[in-house]
Design a protein. Structure first.
Length: 94
């Protein structure tokens, strides 16, 4: 599910802890909708493939959040992998 590049920056244990802390602070997801999305294809020596960025508007039990998911599919085919995940919410600072 996660691309190998994800785990060069963040371990599996850190990823699990991060996702748990987001849920603890902001609350469980009650409803979400896609705000916008885009795709880009790149060809080069490294990182060739299709990138999809999806922005979600998320209503959680404690706070609202905007969450961005970046997916990557290598040029040779195969499946999409999670390459990035960002959470923006005032609830993370309170």
């Amino acid at each position: 599910m996660y691309h190998e590049k994800w785990f060069t920056a963040t371990s599996k244990d850190e990823t699990t802890k991060f996702l748990g802390k987001v849920d603890d602070k902001l609350g469980k997801i009650e409803q979400y909708s896609v705000t916008t999305w885009n795709t880009k294809s790149y060809v080069g020596t490294e990182g060739s493939g299709t990138y999809v960025t999806i922005l979600y508007s998320v209503n959680r039990t404690n706070y609202h959040s905007d969450e961005t998911l970046t997916l990557f599919k290598p040029k040779g085919g195969g499946r999409y992998y999670i390459l990035g995940y960002h959470v923006n919410s005032i609830g993370l600072f309170e």
